[in-house]
Design a protein around this ligand. Structure first.
Ligand code: SF4
Length: 380
């Protein structure tokens, strides 16, 4: 029985939002238009963390719709997910990892979500037949891990999560299973009130297959006492927790904020894993992206404040061609390296692009004459 999920724990309409912020008539019309296209859902727990007296509150920016979402420049599929889809709800881009889109629901909808095309909306991209996904994974011995994502898989019932683990854990070539989730931040009650879930994770991770949580924490104020309690439970169950952060304009594009975030993550037992360049997603690009030439020095200034453990994260662009690490700026060029490559001939490849003060994505940067070779491009 799902006793942790209650409709009254969330707000989903502009009318309800007006209890927290005042909206000018024009802005209200714009927000209603935005929400019609991309639904709003904010947990009351997260609302309680927002300082509504601050017009620039970073937490508010992440979850409250904005008229800037009316800008439709960009793409709804910036990393080629359609081409990596092998069957409905299952993607296989990197040889060792299978990705399952388990649900279209989240405990709160991030306004910068790169899967904005599907969260909170009807979608055929969500897994409909998990047995088929298992069959695919069994037939591909090169896959050593499965990432269960969405939407947020922790919005599914523990019974469904049990089924996923029952079917995946006997596969001998899988070394570990990951759950990508922001529930510990948005709706910690879902985990704190579910002893069955903690027992499940504990029994699998200790006896059958190592489980990882990939949390999504973007700002130091998201590290609440409730989040710390969740982390203690997960660590107690033997789950390893890695965090990914999205680099967001007006949220964490400040060296001190970024350093504080990474330091505080490590202090509670979470490993900083990736810092993602925000993708050029429709209705997100103009709202949240930071030019690479501005962002890279911010990241370096943050790293300068950190110990080696806290700065282990990689600054990554999750591109159609692979996970590309942003390594540095030298003269008038930016230096990149393939951390993960869709086309394995690119694995580890270092390459250069001409610095461009406004470029926010690899595709905006010109290839200088002295570049080392060209990037291979596997279409499928
Ligand atoms: S929790 Fe993840 S999947 Fe859900 S809206 Fe936020 S970024 Fe998107």
């Amino acid at each position: 029985m799902t006793y942790w999920k209650k409709e009254k724990d969330f707000i989903t309409s502009v009318g309800e939002l007006k209890q927290y912020i005042s909206l000018a008539p024009k802005e209200e019309v714009q927000l209603r238009k935005v929400v019609l296209r991309h639904p709003m859902c904010i947990s009351k727990f997260y609302l309680s963390l927002i300082d509504f007296t601050d017009t620039d509150d970073p937490l508010k920016k992440m979850v409250v719709p904005s008229p800037r979402e009316l800008d439709i420049s960009g793409s709804y599929d910036t990393s080629g997910e359609l081409h990596n889809t092998k069957l409905s709800g299952l993607q296989h881009k990197y040889s060792k990892t299978a990705l399952v889109l388990s649900t279209n629901r989240c405990a709160t909808y991030c306004r910068f979500c790169f899967r904005k095309r599907l969260v909170g909306l009807d979608s055929t991209e969500i897994i409909s037949n998990f047995n088929q996904a298992v069959k695919y994974i069994k037939a591909h011995p090169e896959i050593n891990n499965v990432l269960i994502s969405g939407g947020d898989p922790l919005m599914l019932t523990t019974r469904v999560l049990t089924r996923f683990l029952e079917l995946l854990s006997p596969i001998p070539h899988l070394d570990f299973i990951r759950f990508g989730t922001k529930v510990p931040v948005y709706y910690p009650k879902r985990i704190l009130k579910d002893d069955e879930l903690i027992s499940l994770l504990s029994s699998y991770t200790r006896n059958r297959k190592q489980i990882y949580f990939v949390t999504h924490i973007d700002h130091p104020r998201e590290i609440t006492d409730e989040l710390k309690k969740v982390v203690n439970l997960l660590l107690g169950a033997g789950v390893v927790i890695n965090n990914q952060t999205v680099f967001l304009r007006g949220v964490n594009d400040n060296p001190d904020v970024l350093a504080e975030l990474m330091r505080n993550l490590v202090s509670i037992g979470i490993n900083p894993y990736y810092l993602f360049q925000c993708r050029p997603v429709k209705r997100v690009k103009k709202n949240f992206q930071i030019p690479l030439s501005i962002g890279y020095p911010i990241v370096e200034k943050a790293k300068a404040q950190l110990d080696g453990h806290s700065k282990r994260f990689r600054f990554i662009m999750s591109h159609k061609k692979g996970k590309i690490e942003i390594l540095g700026i030298k003269g008038d060029e930016m230096i990149f390296k393939f951390h993960q490559a869709k086309d394995e001939r690119n694995a580890g490849r270092i390459f250069f692009r001409k610095l461009n003060p406004v470029a926010t994505w690899l595709d905006d940067l010109d290839n200088p004459k002295n570049n080392i070779g060209s990037i291979h491009d596997k279409r499928r």
